[in-house]
Design a binder for this molecule. Structure first.
Ligand code: PMP
Length: 444
């Protein structure tokens, strides 16, 4: 019996003992291909020697120095690296320990910004249904994943409301053009601003490419520009959650670079430190920093492990390797290959309704009926069967159930490390194909 509380008390995962590249070795000797980098975390794969060396050097000199008293070289260098060129007007970085904390910080900073500039009535946030922003109570309030919210509903903040996600596969009517679909979503956001009171809205929060909840769902062209226009019209901020889709995963360092907009605050985590240390952060636009400077002079929020020296050293090394080895070029090339292979394997599959994603962030959605897009009965827990079938064939991938709002099928998310080779991409799709067929066969 394990004294460690796992997610499932009856379902204790096998023990990993070492890992290198895409391979995780188990205590029983099996080797598992990590096809989703955990939950889209391990962007450099496992055991990268340069990151290990940087970690070792930091631990031997200064593992930690409390942020209330000191700053450190790796924290300063990481901030310089991420915002030195002020991409999209983002001039400052703030480092926390993960994606949920990044979302909490972003929400609180947005609220504080409006207090600083005298718009104290702005405390409402509009986010999207079928989204995920983290499991802490503020982030969960922002999230629109009803299954994850249900148990905690009485504890969640009513400062948050939700509009439809940009999800063409299920949201765009057959006869509707992409432009009309975007116009409808913009009108819905506008209507929500009007319902809440436009001068009470602090920010709109969205993932540029929806990860865990919808499975690599990209927005239609022009969507984010249209959302930005609604925010600008009413003086609200745009908060983009790139915890999963960011830091290179879609082929550009930031996913928003492909959307023609820049956020006022951006949340990052996972690929920032590649799993070598727990780290997340927010990138902040100059105008928010200017308001704080002119006002109270401090961000009224903090944690013991802010800008943790070892976590920042790990993230700095990860980001240096990505740049030095030009890994985003590999993400783009392997992304095209992954898309090709997925379409070749599943394009005509009777039970795959959609193949979607960008870069090394792609998913398939399973449906009982392709024409009607009817999901499988959630009670079959098809996604769990696929996970088990893949694992039995030596591969870990990231499947999600189709129960959310009853409006989505099961999906499987793939997020291979940026170092993946063509042969590894091919093998991942081959195993996924076998696992999907075996799982569907098992449900009759
Ligand atoms: N936002 C998004 C978009 C995420 O995908 C996640 C994690 N899946 C989070 C926030 C929360 O991050 P963490 O689990 O590190 O708290």
């Amino acid at each position: 019996m394990s004294h460690l509380l796992h997610r499932g008390l009856r379902d204790i995962p096998p023990q990993a003992v070492s890992a290198e590249g895409l391979i995780v070795r188990l205590a029983d000797g099996r080797e598992i291909i990590d096809a989703s980098g955990g939950a889209a975390v391990s962007c450099l794969g496992h055991g990268h020697p340069r990151v290990i060396a940087a970690l070792r050097a930091q631990v031997e000199t200064l593992p930690f120095a409390y942020n209330g008293f000191f700053t450190t070289a790796p924290a300063e260098a990481l901030a310089d690296r991420l915002v030195g060129a002020a991409p999209g007007g983002l001039t400052h970085a703030y480092f926390v320990s993960g994606g949920s904390e990044a979302n909490e910080a972003a929400i609180k900073l947005a609220r504080q910004y409006f207090v600083e500039i005298g718009q104290t009535q702005r405390h409402r946030f509009i986010a999207r249904r079928q989204s995920y922003h983290g499991n802490t109570l503020g982030a969960l309030s922002a999230g629109g994943n009803m299954a994850r919210r249900a148990l905690y509903q009485p504890l969640l903040s009513d400062a948050f409301s939700h509009v439809s996600p940009a999800f063409a596969y299920r949201g765009q009517e057959p006869a509707q053009s992409e432009a009309d679909y975007v116009a409808r979503l913009a009108a819905e956001l506008e209507a929500e601003f009007q319902r809440v009171g436009p001068d009470r809205v602090a920010a709109f929060i969205a993932e540029p490419v929806v990860g865990a909840t919808l499975g690599a769902a990209t927005a239609p062209a022009g969507y984010f520009q249209a959302m930005r226009a609604v925010c600008d019209r009413h003086g609200a901020l745009l908060l983009l959650d790139e915890v999963m889709c960011g830091m290179g995963r879609t082929g550009t360092l930031h996913a928003w670079e492909q959307e023609g907009v820049a956020p006022d605050i951006q949340m990052i985590a996972k690929g920032l430190g590649g799993g070598y240390q727990p780290i997340g952060g927010i990138l902040i636009s100059g105008r928010i920093i200017a308001a704080l400077e002119a006002g109270s002079g401090a961000f009224a929020h903090g944690h013991t492990y802010l800008a943790h020296a070892t976590a920042c050293a790990a993230a700095l090394a990860v980001q240096q390797v990505i740049a030095d080895d030009d890994l985003l070029a590999n993400v783009r090339a392997m992304g095209i290959r992954l898309d090709d292979r997925l379409r070749a394997r599943f394009g005509n599959h009777a039970h795959i309704g959609d193949v979607r994603g960008r870069g090394l962030f792609q998913a398939i959605e399973l449906v009982a009926d392709r024409d009607t897009k009817t999901p499988f009965d959630p009670g079959l827990r098809l996604h769990e069967r696929i996970k088990a079938e893949a694992f039995a064939r030596g591969m870990a991938c990231y499947p999600m159930g189709g129960t959310i709002d009853g409006r989505r099928g099961d999906h499987v998310l793939l997020a291979p490390p940026y170092i993946a080779t063509g042969a590894e991409i091919d093998r991942i799709v081959e195993i996924l194909g076998e696992a999907v067929d075996a799982a569907i066969w098992s449900v009759g």
